[in-house]
Design a binder for this molecule. Structure first.
Ligand SMILES: Cc1ncc(COP(=O)(O)O)c(C=O)c1O
Length: 405
């Protein structure tokens, strides 16, 4: 046999023998609880079922025209074709400061207290790498946006779950946290208006957060991704509005839900300059910032629209009212959300979250998210998102009326 052929066979055998082993941080990730419903969606679609998907928190409405136009023009500018700066264009950071001042009456130094993000998820996913050492505790709401838990685990941190319960307005109760846990905690994640419960927080709650953070030297990460999706004239406060907040925390914002820009990937973080620079340090090493033409479009959005943006909010309000009425008519227990496009619905007696979500998809073709996918405390709930048009919501209600639970 020619020598080269022999060698090729030898190497192929070596390759065959090589097992691809994933790192423990991936293997040990908590099971993906939405997998079952994703599988069910595929199965039902194959059967020809017309699904009404209320499972996804992704706006169905388009980005406002002037923002798209600004991107189109900015995309022609060759200076934007080069690497952006990791911390964001100073013009974008100045636009963030202007918006903060207009919206919350807060002054920020655009040089040191503002950072652009490739969507707020990116910042949330990276922040523990800047501040959490292996074995440190991170306080994570349950139910909650799953990235808080996973980013903690990726940094070697230990999530300690803070239950969000109905009787406490879905706010964490800090007095329930054991002292030895609080003493070991490095970060605290909070998120209002809240996904998935749609709960809101008043400034008095943020004052409690600041007091807790000072007492135990905990860095507060407030996820304000839904601060501009609020109804009936309500303008959710910023965590930064409370005295002492900027000394202990960082706030994550997103253009995704505010301006229907989920696909554009742009958000920002503001707060204590040491916390902002710590996150920035991680970013210099893992990404190269947001495409500058998108940052220009972001400037257009922040400078030229009032938020919460009435054109978007009016549509969600109408959808919300249709769904609240319909769900109550079929006997489901639900609060009228004051913010976010989510409905946090108690499952009827005799069901758990997964069973009820399965019943809805199998018998009515309605996709809802089982609450336990957001953490153990979400058991007993399902989440619906009003990111489909009013006609589809009405149809979903008609379908619900025909099934028994
Ligand atoms: C609570 C919460 N935070 C952050 C995000 C991330 O949003 P984005 O990365 O688009 O800014 C989401 C997205 O659904 C969310 O629900």
């Amino acid at each position: 046999m020619p020598k080269t052929l022999k060698m090729m066979r030898y190497f192929r055998r070596e390759v065959d023998l090589m097992r691809i082993e994933k790192a423990r941080r991936i293997v040990e990730l908590p099971p993906y609880l939405f997998a079952a419903i994703d599988k069910k969606k595929i199965e039902m679609r194959k059967k020809g079922m017309d699904l009404i998907d209320l499972g996804i928190g992704d706006p169905d409405l388009p980005t406002p025209r002037p923002i798209i136009e600004r991107l189109r023009k900015a995309a022609e500018n060759p200076t934007h074709h080069r690497y952006p700066s990791y911390e964001g264009m100073i013009d974008f950071r100045k636009a963030v400061s202007r918006w903060y001042e207009r919206r919350f009456g807060i002054q920020l130094n655009p040089e040191t207290e503002v950072l652009s993000l490739i969507g707020s998820k990116e910042g949330i996913a990276h922040i523990p790498l800047a501040f959490v050492n292996p074995g440190d505790i991170v306080l994570v709401p349950s139910p909650g946006y799953p990235v808080y838990r996973v980013s903690t685990l990726f940094a070697g941190g230990i999530p300690y779950f803070l239950p969000l319960r109905k009787e406490n307005g879905f706010l964490p109760n800090f007095s329930e946290i054991p002292k030895e846990v609080a003493e070991k905690a490095k970060l605290l994640f909070i998120n209002y208006p809240n996904n998935p419960t749609s709960a809101i927080a008043e400034k008095s709650f943020y004052e409690e957060v600041v007091a807790f953070a000072n007492r135990y030297r905990v860095i507060v990460c407030h996820d304000a991704a839904y601060s501009e999706v609020a109804f009936d004239g309500f303008h959710p406060p910023s965590f930064m509005e409370v005295k002492g907040a900027k000394e202990v925390g960082i706030e994550f914002h997103s253009l995704s839900k505010t301006f229907n820009m989920t696909g554009w990937r742009i958000g920002f973080a503001v707060g204590h300059e040491e916390i902002v620079s710590g996150l920035g340090k991680v970013k210099t090493n893992v990404d190269s910032g947001v495409f500058q033409a998108i940052q220009e479009a972001g400037i257009e959005a922040l400078d030229h629209f009032d938020t919460p943006l009435p054109e978007i909010i009016d549509i969600y309000e109408k959808r919300r009212d249709v769904l609240v009425k319909g769900l109550r008519e079929v006997g489901l227990k639900v609060e009228r959300p004051k913010a976010t496009f989510y409905f946090w619905i108690e499952v009827p007696k005799g069901f758990n979250s997964a069973q009820f979500a399965t019943l809805l998809i199998e018998q009515a073709g309605i996709v809802a998210t089982p609450g336990n996918g957001f953490g153990d405390e979400g058991e007993g709930y399902i989440r619906m998102a009003i990111t489909v048009d009013e006609a589809r919501i009405k149809e979903a209600i008609e379908r619900l009326k025909k099934i028994k639970f």
